[in-house]
Design a protein around this ligand. Structure first.
Ligand code: SAH
Ligand code: SF4
Length: 347
């Protein structure tokens, strides 16, 4: 199994204890302690078992840097993992509505041209423990700074969560377990580039997580120029998978559309998108492009964003323009990267 004990589901922990001849009744205080850091004094009977565990009890992530945005609420944390690899996690929101945006991989293999994470290539998957530890880190920070709890968990940081399906699901099962941190499962969103086998598996997963699909193009030709893996999972298959998700889960699918000036922001693009989504239970999120080093495109003028939104509204689709948060510190959608970065302390 590998990793620390905080990357293990409650049932598995209970199984492990039983296998080692320890009463299952100790699983609850152990799980609570691992996830919430309380009730350590109740672990006395487990001391021998804990001492014999060969490895960390909790996954350690070390905060290397933090970059608060000028908006006063968004904060980007650069976290170093045990092998020296680094990932970024973002805290965003407003009082009463904080969200943690978590990474699932170091880099990303999907290579979307406009995305800083894609531009850095793929290094490795994160373990469930590393994903759980990010959530814990952000939760502690929001509590300390704002005296609040995180309400939403969004798997929209670095990496493609459905490419790292098992560890991502394990982490989410742990994070939504009410015996531990107890995040609401209806407050979890998994964002995907359009990994069709992953969507179909997620549709059959017992938990009802929200699904966000990054579309950005409404024909295979246009989408393929931005998202190379469209060749592997073309639009027809992707839209069929989205329909299946809605059928099985009874949930709307969130469609993300990054608006790039002169690339996918015309009235014609909006009409084609409306046509593609006809009859589907979806909510469209428009995201004006955030700048990244490796891509020359720009966000459209505001009027174009509004006009694009209006075409979709006229077609009866619910549409939101996603608030741009943390752009000033490179914490916006698609800006997360730990490649070639020099921190102030190293300059
Ligand atoms: N791999 C997943 C989740 C991480 S990316 C996915 O692709 O969905 C999170 C979101 O940021 C996606 O919707 C992605 O398309 C978007 N994004 C990537 N680069 C961006 C950029 N430069 N500007 C705006 N959005 C971007
Ligand atoms: Fe990976 Fe998502 Fe970035 Fe595409 S947009 S490269 S899938 S992180």
């Amino acid at each position: 199994m590998g990793g620390a004990l905080d990357g293990i589901r409650f049932e598995e922990l209970s199984e492990m204890l039983a296998r080692d001849g320890v009463s299952r009744s100790h699983a609850l205080p152990l799980f609570r302690w691992l996830q919430r850091g309380v009730e350590k004094d109740m672990l006395g009977p487990l001391k021998r078992w804990i001492d014999s565990w060969d490895g960390e009890l909790r996954t350690q992530v070390e905060q290397v840097a933090e970059t608060p945005s000028g908006d006063g609420w968004t904060n980007k944390f650069l976290l170093r993992l045990s092998d020296g690899a680094e990932v970024e996690s973002v805290l965003m929101g407003f009082p009463g509505r904080f969200s943690a945006c978590l990474s699932t991989q170091v880099g990303c293999a999907m290579g979307c041209v406009f995305c800083a994470t894609g531009q850095m290539g793929f290094s490795r998957h994160l373990t469930a423990g590393e994903i759980v530890a990010q959530a814990r880190h952000v939760a502690v920070e929001v509590e300390r700074r704002h005296g609040e709890k995180i309400r939403n968990l969004v798997m929209m940081g670095m990496g493609e969560p459905l490419h790292n399906f098992d560890e991502t699901m394990r982490a989410l099962d742990i994070l939504t377990d009410t015996r531990g941190m107890g995040f609401g499962s209806t407050k979890v969103t998994v964002s995907t580039v359009g990994h069709v086998p992953g969507i179909l598996k997620l549709a059959r997963h017992p938990q009802k997580y929200s699904l966000a699909v990054s579309l950005h193009g409404a024909t295979d030709e246009e989408r393929g120029k931005l998202i190379p893996v469209n060749k592997r999972w073309p639009l027809a298959e992707l839209m069929a998978a989205c329909r299946e998700y809605t059928e099985i889960k009874g949930l709307e699918v969130f469609i993300a559309w990054t608006l790039i000036g002169g690339v996918n922001d015309d009235r014609e693009h909006a009409l084609r998108l409306a046509d593609l989504l006809k009859g589907m239970t979806v909510h469209v999120n428009l995201i004006p492009l955030n700048p990244t080093e490796g891509y020359g495109g720009e966000a459209p003028e505001w009027e174009k964003v509004e006009a694009f939104q209006q075409v979709l509204l006229d077609a009866g689709l619910p549409v939101t323009v996603r608030q741009r948060r943390g752009i000033d510190v490179g914490a916006g959608c698609g800006q997360l990267s730990t490649a070639k970065k020099r921190r102030a302390s190293e300059v």
